[in-house]
Design a protein around this ligand. Structure first.
Ligand code: HEM
Ligand code: HEM
Length: 227
């Protein structure tokens, strides 16, 4: 005995920063692969899907929908388009290049060197995600066409999406005790990763395929454009 007692916070922190990180990474990758494979099997049962697919029309459609204002729908909703594209860009890039994450990879047993973006830029991109989530929540309250198809799970999901960014930002600013904040951040980050394959956030995996199918169906079957 060295006389130093572990507090409940120490236990939670050790669990969160150890096993929970692995559970989250394995759950995200394993869940993603499982969802993609089962969806491919379902698509195979629907006899029309694979024969309809066309590489040319599919790629055209995906390109027109991942470039802002390259399709009529995004041109009709400029404010939403700017928020949504900035949100997704910051959401996907920021976690990969946060200095705090790069340091953890460096300190891991594999001593992986990784790039990080300047911290001022990371702070800005983090806030873009948080404010975009606030925008999505307010839009769901204010715009009747989305309010009618909204329930509490939509707000919960938006809150979950924002949570690792909010807690990561507060941890970095050291506004609250750092061990508490870091523990909260890791728990939010793990739930975020686990939620992607198992909730509507799995649209991340489907976007390319649904878009390619719609583009193929429009181009190959109807000789029309879907953008
Ligand atoms: C699950 C394992 C994770 C661990 C162990 C972890 C750890 C950390 C650490 C140590 C920091 C630095 C805090 C500081 O400077 O005091 C940090 C910051 C940050 N993390 Fe994570 N994180 C994890 C997951 C995530 C996820 C999944 C996301 C986003 C989806 C995320 C987003 C961020 C952001 C945006 C910041 C920095 C905010 C800023 O500098 O303004 N983290 N994280
Ligand atoms: C390559 C990956 C992704 C693509 C292509 C994508 C695409 C989309 C699209 C097309 C929309 C509908 C709104 C619009 O037309 O702009 C959307 C909304 C959204 N996405 Fe993604 N997404 C991706 C990844 C993610 C991830 C990883 C998350 C979070 C973990 C996420 C969270 C959201 C949220 C919160 C919304 C708005 C929901 C609302 O209106 O309340 N997306 N995404």
């Amino acid at each position: 005995m060295n006389g130093i007692e572990k507090s409940p916070l120490d236990w939670v922190y050790e669990f969160a920063s150890g096993p929970l990180v692995w559970i989250a990474i394995i759950g995200f990758l394993g869940g993603g692969i499982y969802k993609l494979v089962t969806m491919a099997q379902l698509a195979k049962q629907e006899k029309v899907i694979f024969p309809t697919m066309s590489a040319k029309h599919g790629a055209h459609s995906v390109l027109h929908w991942i470039i802002p204002f390259a399709n009529r729908n995004t041109r009709m909703r400029p404010a939403f388009t700017i928020v949504s594209f900035s949100f997704h860009l910051c959401l996907l890039i920021t976690p990969l290049f946060v200095m705090g994450h790069a340091v953890l990879w460096q300190q891991s047993r594999w001593a992986i060197s990784w790039w990080s973006l300047p911290s001022g830029l990371v702070d800005f991109m983090t806030l873009v995600v948080v404010f975009a989530c606030l925008f999505f929540a307010i839009r769901r309250l204010a715009a009747p066409e989305v309010r009618n198809v909204t329930d509490w799970t939509d707000y919960a999901l938006v809150l979950l999406v924002a949570s690792p960014f909010l807690t990561g930002f507060i941890a970095r600013m050291q506004w609250l005790p750092s061990k508490v904040m870091l523990t909260l951040h890791i728990i939010c980050g793990a739930l975020w990763l686990l939620a992607i394959p198992f909730t509507r956030l799995s649209h991340m995996f489907w976007f390319v395929f649904t878009r390619a199918f719609m583009g193929s169906e429009s181009g190959k079957v109807r000789s029309a454009k879907d953008w």
